[in-house]
Design a protein around this ligand. Structure first.
Ligand code: DOR
Ligand code: ZN
Length: 352
């Protein structure tokens, strides 16, 4: 067997990323744009992006930041709307017709960063919006965790499937659904076997690490994200899903920048910063199980197929050349710590 040393694939897309706003946006957008052709941009700003008008304005701020920091980039941000108890069918139609909105994000209220305005009871309050999404073909992007404090943190995804996902999809069988940042074997089994139009994104951290990483030699805040890393058996199920040839699983980094001080404090923020080295991390995970041949489908083909978009025409090349993850990134006034800082990865992107 010869060792693969270079890999050229159609330019991948990131189907789940947080770009933030203002100076952080300017600091991070170039990283995502350097690797990916398009990205589904999360709407959990403060205040959240709840209207088509706000999505159009945020889209323009992203393009402005891109032109300022990465002039000439062809990167295309695909916007999302933040679903609330009050989202109307008219707002969904406006979003669908805006030309920039590609999905609507369901955050259960209180589930994660800036989710206070999220949905308290999706089946009770969001019927009209979901009906309109089903009609317009606008996918529902789901943060699939219950927030019931009596449910153990590590079980919140599995319980969400039974309590919310299954009844919701029964009521709206034609609704396109993405189970975002899947983290469990139960999630993999559900997405693999469910009827209808469903997909799931998988992050690099959930493919590479299990929950031991959060506690290795001490408390490691930069490995803390939501949904939290799980046991090894769940990681193995995710690797099998991502590399196993099913078209339902695709790349979504969930890169979620928080400045160093907000991660390293009493109550540290959830989120791993991976936009800098996303494809290097995914290549590491696929290489570890000898399935680099599946990276193209996962990173470049399955996502566009789900969203009904063409595969990107240009390519990227990875080569087996060591990449050392920087300790931290000084980006303007901000310091960001990339996931797995200081460690070495086996693959690098060949710079164009
Ligand atoms: O770890 C996370 N960070 N999970 C999320 O769902 C949100 C994200 C963020 O916005 O920081
Ligand atoms: Zn996210």
């Amino acid at each position: 067997m010869t060792l693969t040393t270079t890999l050229t694939i159609p330019r991948p897309d990131d189907w789940h990323v947080h770009l933030r706003d203002g100076s952080i946006l300017e600091a991070v957008v170039g990283h995502t744009a350097a690797q990916f052709g398009r990205a589904i941009v999360m709407p959990n700003l403060t205040p959240p992006v709840t209207t088509a008008e706000q999505a159009v304005a945020y889209h323009q701020r992203i393009l402005n930041a891109l032109h300022k920091t990465a002039p000439g980039s062809q990167f295309k941000p695909l916007m999302t709307l933040y679903l609330t108890n009050n989202t109307t069918a008219e707002e969904i139609r406006r979003a669908s017709e805006s030309g920039v909105v590609y999905g609507v994000k369901l955050y259960p209220a209180g589930a994660t960063t800036n989710s206070d305005a999220g949905v308290t009871d999706v089946l009770r309050y969001c019927g009209a919006a979901l009906e309109a999404m089903q009609e317009c073909g606008l996918p529902l992007l789901v943060h699939g965790e219950v927030t019931d404090p009596s449910v153990d943190l590590f079980d919140r995804e599995a319980v969400f499937i039974d309590r919310i996902m299954i009844p919701l999809r029964k009521q709206f069988p034609a609704l396109k659904v993405v189970f975002e940042h899947l983290t469990t074997a139960e999630g993999v089994a559900y997405v693999s076997e469910a009827e209808g139009d469903i997909g799931a994104t998988i992050t690099p951290q959930h493919l590479l690490y299990n929950r031991n990483a959060i506690f290795s030699g001490g408390l490691r805040p930069h490995w803390y994200c939501l949904p939290v890393l799980k046991r090894e058996k769940h990681r193995l199920a995710l690797v099998e899903a991502a590399t196993g040839g099913s078209k339902r699983f695709f790349l979504g980094t969930d890169s979620a920048p928080h400045v160093k001080g907000r991660k390293e404090q009493d109550c540290g923020c959830a989120g791993c910063y991976t936009a800098l080295h996303a494809m290097e991390l995914y290549a590491e995970a696929f290489d570890a199980v000898g399935r680099l041949d599946q990276l193209q489908a996962f990173a470049s083909e399955n996502g566009p197929a789900f969203y009904g978009l063409p595969v990107n025409q240009d390519t990227i090349t990875l080569q087996r050349q060591e990449f050392e993850i920087p300790d931290q990134l000084q980006l303007g006034d901000e310091v960001l710590v990339p996931l797995a800082n200081g460690r070495k990865l086996a693959w690098s992107i060949v710079k164009a």
